[in-house]
Design a protein. Structure first.
Length: 154
């Protein structure tokens, strides 16, 4: 048995770039920064930042287009995918991405005038109807939609 699961909490580095394909499928991509801090022997605080390429498909991409902005703090659950291509000079290039199946915007939202504010609801994908087909890193997974918090670990 093997497991490919990633949980990240970090800050969005750029507004999502959303592309729509022929059959209406949407794909959103954006960088997410996670940081760690420690104090070295000289008493200086050292912070290291790791950048992650996040990919969202279908309804999740559409929700991200409306709710995710540069600087937003996100909780992301997904899996690591690595893909490769050959550049113009004939060199092999590799890209590692996080194919998200759930995300939650952690920013606090101010109450709207006359309203109670917007609740943060997790956005997740539903399992594919395909028979054990594993999509390529750039293939859209079927059935992304928003749902409640029934199996979130928090």
């Amino acid at each position: 048995m093997s497991i490919n699961k990633v949980i990240l909490v970090g800050n969005v580095g750029k507004d999502p770039v959303v592309r729509y394909f022929d059959k209406g499928a949407a794909k959103a991509t954006f960088p997410l920064a996670t940081s760690e801090s420690y104090t070295n022997q000289q008493g200086e605080t050292i912070t290291t930042t790791e950048w992650h390429n996040i990919v969202l498909w279908r309804a999740m991409a559409e929700v991200a287009e409306k709710t995710v902005k540069k600087g937003s703090q996100l909780y992301v659950i997904g899996k690591i995918k690595t893909r490769s291509y050959v550049d113009k000079e004939g060199n092999n290039k590799y890209i590692t991405e996080i194919l998200a199946d759930t995300f939650l915007v952690l920013d606090k939202k101010p109450a709207a005038a006359g309203g109670t504010g917007t609740s943060n609801e997790p956005v997740r994908s539903e399992p594919s109807d395909k028979d054990n087909d594993v999509p390529e890193a750039n293939d859209p997974a079927a059935g992304y939609q928003a749902s409640g918090d029934d199996d979130l670990p928090f």
